[in-house]
Write a protein that binds this ligand. Structure first.
Ligand SMILES: [Zn+2]
Length: 73
């Protein structure tokens, strides 16, 4: 993994490319991430450095949780 793992702020992680399956999550042991929503920890297939480009893929619960933490650059 890259230095992005060391970020203190949570990042967006892709659980799958299905709609609503990109979650705002904190890095967790064993290569898993712990999403802010009720989903169980998962092993992401990708970690994003910014806000997901496709709004349809964002988990609505995680979006609500993270809306205060991400502002337009
Ligand atoms: Zn979520």
């Amino acid at each position: 993994m890259s230095e992005a793992v060391k970020r203190t702020l949570p990042s967006w992680y892709v659980a799958s490319f299905a709609d609503g399956q990109t979650h705002l999550a904190d890095p967790a042991p064993a290569g898993l991430v712990a999403p802010r929503c009720d989903r169980t920890p998962f092993r992401p297939i990708a970690a994003l450095t910014g806000i997901p480009l496709d709004p349809a893929q964002i988990c609505s619960s995680c979006l609500s949780a993270g809306v205060g933490q991400f502002r337009e650059a």
